[in-house]
Design a protein around this ligand. Structure first.
Ligand SMILES: Nc1ncnc2c1ncn2[C@@H]1O[C@H](COP(=O)(O)OP(=O)(O)OP(=O)(O)O)[C@@H](O)[C@H]1O
Length: 866
């Protein structure tokens, strides 16, 4: 057995081997050491090789999926080695013959198909990057749904495309220099021999896969694109051991089809992943009202790849508008979606021969829903809805067949039987009748035997060793084994408390029942295989149906959201407009709403001036404002409505965001270095249709260095990139640039001061901020009072030094009293001087509120706050 193990292991380098032994998958040698640590299971030993103990660990087959998932998540790949024959078969070849085994499948991060190992609402992409001479391409596939895409992708575009697609695994040709880029994108790297990427061989491989003479039928592909697609097919053949999944015909995605968003921007905007890496807190989580898994996946794709095609965007908008206006239709359709199954994944499992009757039932149930949905749609509706209706219908024949063939709730596995409906197959009905009749006969026999023996507690039971047997308590043993009863009852076994018998008659019946049951199961399995082929035969059209349902689900979800959250349809055109009235940050707004607070809406106008230079206190809402405008552009171009009173956006080609500081020590980059690398990327890449948001550039270094860098960056954006941009800064000196540069306007986020505290109004207005109120915010954050007081003194001195200039700053700072002298915190103010109150209240409240009313309001607010 060890010889067999070692041979199989050698044939699958780089994979842990799950070696099937009865009810366990065992691992040996280094695999056992690595797996026991990764899975936190006991490491034992089994036998010796060359006088050395063989380390071993194992997992039970019934729980293997969970362990597999842990191993895949930890970066392992696993070869699943099964027993290919019954041990009894092997024994026939001789006492020492080893059961035949081989790897039936290599499980890798990009090739999962099991529901339990996949997130239903996210795609699981396997990608391949190919370079042929001076061109390169990226292909990607989700084998759990069959979606297959390819695009030309320059090496410097690989990182942003991987950030968009987030594949779990990327195939590279041996020696490729892209390994680092792939690892940084968080995907597993798999090196394949260069022959897997050979485009000539690849073309043949693809033609034979799709059974066509030339790939021209699907579009025109470059050599690099063919090479990347072929590598994927080759890898699937290796990992699935020839059992290829259903792959839809490849779709070429244009390089300029989507808004370009790089990895850093995606992270900072938290489009599909929140700061913690999951969905929580992301824009996706906020807008996702889809009811089907396929709808959720489509929504994620849409949000990750906002379109740059006006027509595509408008078609989606039209459908959403229509559904927004017809809430009854929307509600009806959404009710149907609740019963829609994940047909794509069911089809894929069926094609890989990992599916069961429940997958066929998923197709049937979804077809039924699709018919219903189609009945509510018609040709007078917007194109996207009318087109969906066409894809949902025309499956009557298959639906009738499945309706007749399957019971309502079939079991997961064909081998469990009982899924074919009565009346569908005469032969099966007959076998079942015989089997069931046998069971009735057994019940009657039990009664007769009890009467015959006078043992009321006599039972006829069944187990795998004895088959059917008669059982009585041991106290009746003697009676049963003496005449006349021993003429009928033949003794089989005595246990501690029971005696077991059989009879000639019982053996006969048993054979009959077993034969009939076995035959019924065989017939069911045969029928399942025929149903499976018929379903797979229509996979293309079924995928189109699933796609149409997902599309409708996304449209209904976005309409529902638009209605509930008071969003509007943005006007999108090819102008350079960027005009938002009453824009809101969808994620922050929702979070505030949960706490019963209201989000303050703000306008943004970059049509006449290209750049807004935003100054304002800390915590005022600058970052929120910056982000909300970028998010609105993303939502608008994915075809959704947007959180604003009105929006007019000229197509945005790229979005860049440099918001918030993070270091990347693992890559040897300090916070400031990361900031500069990202700023460099923006200045080098942003075109005049880009939307750039930059938050506090330069804050990671000395004040004057930072100010100079921020200054020059803004000038570059204005003169060279000529893009639309929002630029937030605490360098108030930069506000002068608005006078010098035509395309720059100053804006600020308003706050009010109240007794030394700041009140955040979150209102963005034209103009400049006079100060940053950093010290007040620090106080709010709970800095020790001594530090706050000291900071105030230092700030005053610095400002005085600035004002008086001429090298006086140093002298002023030298004059500062020592920390200890000012550090004692002042006694807390218990009383406000009455004369000051009027003036302050006037400052905060509108003129038509009397001081008395205002004061009452304040007290009320204080109570509320308490
Ligand atoms: N328009 C708004 N309406 C209501 N609350 C808001 C609004 N904008 C921001 N806030 C709240 O204010 C908090 C601070 O906002 P934000 O981080 O955008 O401030 P900032 O000006 O960028 O601060 P800093 O300069 O310190 O980074 C947010 O967490 C949010 O809860």
């Amino acid at each position: 057995m060890m010889a067999q193990y070692l041979e199989i292991k050698e044939a699958h380098p780089g994979a842990l081997l799950f070696y099937r032994m009865g009810d366990f998958y065992e691992m040996f040698f280094d695999d056992a050491v690595a797996a026991s640590e990764a899975l936190d299971i006991a490491l034992t030993k089994r036998g010796k090789l060359n006088d050395q103990d063989i380390p071993m660990c194992g997992v039970p087959v019934h729980a293997a999926e969970g362990y597999l998932l842990t191993l895949i998540r930890k970066g392992f790949r696993v070869g699943v080695c099964e027993q290919l024959e019954d041990p009894a078969e092997a024994k026939k070849r001789g006492y020492k013959a080893v059961v035949k085994r081989d790897v039936v499948r290599l499980v890798t991060p990009g090739t999962l198909t099991e529901d339990s190992l996949l997130d239903a609402r996210r795609h699981n992409f396997l990608a391949a990057f190919a370079e042929v001479r001076d061109e390169s391409a990226l292909a990607w596939v989700d084998i759990s749904t069959g979606a297959f895409n390819v695009m030309t992708c320059a090496t410097n575009r690989l990182s942003p495309e991987l950030a968009r697609l987030t594949p779990r695994e990327v195939l590279l040709a041996d020696g490729s220099e892209m390994e680092k880029v792939v690892r940084e994108a968080g995907a597993a790297v798999t090196d394949l021999g260069r022959s897997a990427f050979d485009s000539t061989l690849g073309e043949k491989r693809l033609c034979s896969l799709y059974d066509v003479a030339s790939l021209d039928a699907f579009g025109s592909f470059t050599r690099a694109q063919i090479s990347a697609m072929a590598a994927i097919v080759e890898y699937l053949e290796i990992t699935q051991k020839g059992n290829l999944p259903l792959l839809r015909t490849p779709v070429v995605e244009g390089e300029t089809a989507n808004m370009q968003i790089d990895a850093a921007t995606r992270r900072s905007l938290e489009l599909t992943h929140g700061t913690t890496g999951g969905r929580a807190g992301s824009l996706l989580a906020t807008i996702d009202r889809t009811l089907t898994a396929a709808g959720a996946r489509l929504l994620e794709r849409r949000l990750s790849s906002p379109s740059r095609h006006l027509e595509t965007i408008m078609v989606r908008q039209d459908a959403i508008t229509f559904l927004t206006e017809d809430s009854k239709l929307r509600g009806t359709l959404r009710d149907c979606f609740r019963s829609v199954h994940d047909v794509d994944r069911a089809l894929s499992r069926l094609a890989l021969d990992r599916g069961g009757p429940r997958d066929v039932a998923a197709v049937r149930n979804t077809l039924t829903q699709a018919e219903q949905v189609a009945a509510y749609l018609n040709d007078d509706m917007p194109a996207l809805l009318a087109q969906s209706a066409a894809d949902l219908t025309g499956h009557n024949e298959l639906l009738d067949l499945l309706d007749q063939a399957l019971v309502a709730e079939p079991p997961m596995l064909a081998r469990d039987g009982g899924f074919i409906a009565p009346g569908y197959d005469a032969e099966l009905d007959e076998a079942r009748e015989l089997r069931d009749e046998g069971r009735g006969v057994i019940a009657r026999m039990q009664q007769q035997y009890a009467e015959l023996s006078g043992v009321n507690s006599l039972k006829i039971k069944h187990n795998n060793v004895l088959g059917y047997f008669i059982e009585t308590p041991a106290t009746h043993a003697e009676k049963m084994m003496t005449p006349p009863l021993n003429e009928t009852f033949i003794h089989r076994q005595t246990t501690a408390n029971q005696v077991r018998f059989t009879t000639v008659e019982l053996s006969d019946i048993e054979t009959r029942i077993l034969n009939a049951g076995g035959r019924a199961l065989e017939i069911e399995k045969r029928l399942f295989s025929s149903l499976r082929s018929q379903v797979i035969g229509q996979a293309g059209r079924l995928s189109a149906m699933a796609r149409a349902l997902a599309e409708l689900d996304v449209c209904c979800g976005l309409s529902d959201l638009a209605r509930a959250e008071n969003w509007v349809r943005p006007v999108i055109d090819s102008s350079r407009a960027f005009e938002l009235k009453g824009g809101r940050h969808p994620v922050v707004e929702q979070a505030l709403k949960k706490d019963g607070e209201t989000f303050v809406a703000n306008d943004c106008e970059l049509t006449d001036t290209n750049i807004w230079l935003l100054t304002g206190p800390n915590m005022a809402g600058k970052s929120t404002f910056l982000r909300q405008n970028a998010l609105i552009a993303v939502l608008a171009q994915m075809g959704a409505w947007v959180p604003a009173q009105s929006a007019h956006i000229g197509l945005v080609s790229q979005i860049f965001s440099r918001v918030g500081a993070s270091d990347d020590l693992a890559r040897g980059r300090s916070t400031f270095m990361v900031e500069m690398v990202e700023t460099a990327a923006i200045l080098n890449q942003a075109d005049d249709r880009a939307l750039v948001i930059l938050d506090e550039i330069g804050r990671g270094t000395a004040t004057y260095d930072g100010l100079s860098i921020a200054w020059a960056t803004l000038e570059h954006l204005h003169d060279v990139n000529r893009c639309r941009a929002l630029f937030a800064t605490h360098y108030h000196e930069m506000c002068q640039l608005a006078d010098k540069l035509d395309g720059v306007a100053n804006a600020t986020v308003a706050v009010r001061e109240w007794e030394g505290d700041v009140i955040f109004l979150h209102e963005v207005r034209k103009g400049t901020a006079d100060r940053s109120y950093g010290v007040q915010v620090a106080r709010l954050a709970g800095l020790p009072p001594a530090v706050v007081e000291r900071a105030k003194v230092v700030l005053e001195a610095l400002e005085k030094g600035d004002r008086e200039g001429g090298g006086k700053q140093k002298a002023i700072i030298d004059d500062l009293p020592l920390f200890a002298a000012v550090a004692a915190p002042p006694a807390p103010q218990t009383k406000i001087e009455p004369s000051k109150i009027d003036a302050k209240l006037k400052d905060i409240f509108p003129d038509d509120l009397s001081p008395r009313e205002a004061l009452a309001l304040l007290y009320e607010l204080k109570e509320l706050a308490r």
